[in-house]
Design a protein around this ligand. Structure first.
Ligand code: AKG
Length: 310
């Protein structure tokens, strides 16, 4: 099958609430991200080794295995990547012309990027890195455990999910329910494990499908698309990164409700130390140095000790 035409992408996304685009990236686009990860893990291993908390650097392990081997030896299963996700490699991904071409097809208008990506380690057999059925709106709307709020039901936000190693059913690729974005924003609850889950049995409503994906491909899905991921049953990490685009709050095409929701999303991001920036139209986009300065200044104003830049 040849590459998808823009109209196919639009039609599939409208019908299913997601679209898979294979062959979007070259390795040259993804390697800076992998190098960023490798560097952080190397530094972590060296520090832990120097402190006597690791018996070996595990440096002969391949990219997929090294962090898993370190965590296994240390008996830890971190849910999240805690080594930062800010730098030119991330900026370049957010403004990648091929990604933005697809975003323009499915979101259109004035678009900003949310710059707090999830860099996912997805460690072997980690129960907490398997994500129960949810819609991404739940994560925007309910920051705290036990809270039930709905702010973004009428706003269209697009997640871009990018594998850095092959994502397979065995290592816990994403699963989606085609057409579920037509169900509206369902009730969800944020649990003590910080994961949000839809409590009703969505698998009884329609057929979930797995989305295995090789590096180079990307899964684009709507904030209302019901999706999940299952545990990783292999010995390696399932590395991936996902990030999100939303309508720029000042965009001319938004109605009042959408503008309030877009402003809510932007404010929450700012509160967390991130500085979303416009990506479309391109003339409104800041370059890396300008955005870097904005982030450094913003984080200094918030002066939260945990918000290190690198
Ligand atoms: O990467 C995963 O395993 C889950 C991703 C997900 O649920 C999301 O991006 O909202």
């Amino acid at each position: 099958m040849g590459p998808l035409r823009d109209q196919d992408i639009k039609d599939r996304y409208r019908r299913d609430g997601y679209v898979v685009v294979a062959g979007l990236f070259d390795d040259a686009d993804l390697n800076p991200m992998r190098d960023f990860i490798k560097d952080k893990i190397d530094r972590y291993a060296c520090d832990q080794y120097a402190e006597g908390d690791l018996s070996s650097l595990h440096e002969t392990e391949p990219f997929e295995r090294r962090y898993a081997a370190i965590c296994k030896e240390q008996g830890i299963l971190p849910r999240d990547w805690t080594f930062g996700s800010f730098g030119p490699e991330f900026y370049d991904l957010y403004v990648n012309p091929d990604v933005l071409r697809i975003i323009n097809v499915i979101l259109s208008g004035e678009v900003s990027v949310l710059t707090n990506p999830s860099l996912r380690t997805k460690l072997p057999d980690s129960p907490i890195a398997a994500f129960p059925w949810h819609q991404d709106s739940h994560y925007f709307d309910m920051r705290e455990v036990g809270k039930q709020e709905k702010h973004t039901a009428d706003l269209h936000i697009v997640t871009v999910w990018v594998p850095l190693v092959s994502a397979t059913v065995e290592n816990g690729c994403c699963w989606v329910i085609p057409g579920s974005h037509h169900w509206g924003l369902l009730d969800g609850i944020r649990g003590e494990d910080r994961n949000v889950r839809i409590e009703q049995d969505v698998e009884a409503l329609a057929n979930p499908v797995p989305v295995p994906l090789d590096p180079g491909g990307a899964l684009f899905f709507s904030n209302l698309c019901v999706h999940a991921s299952k545990p990783n049953r292999t010995r390696g990490c399932r590395w991936s990164i996902d990030f999100r685009y939303f309508p720029t709050p000042t965009g001319a095409a938004l109605d009042d409700r959408q503008r309030r929701a877009a402003q809510f999303v932007e404010n929450e991001a700012l509160r967390g130390g991130d500085v979303p920036f416009p990506v479309l139209p391109t003339k409104k986009r800041p370059g890396w140095p300008k955005w870097e300065t904005a982030v450094i200044e913003h984080r200094a104003r918030l002066s939260k000790p945990g918000l290190s830049i690198r």
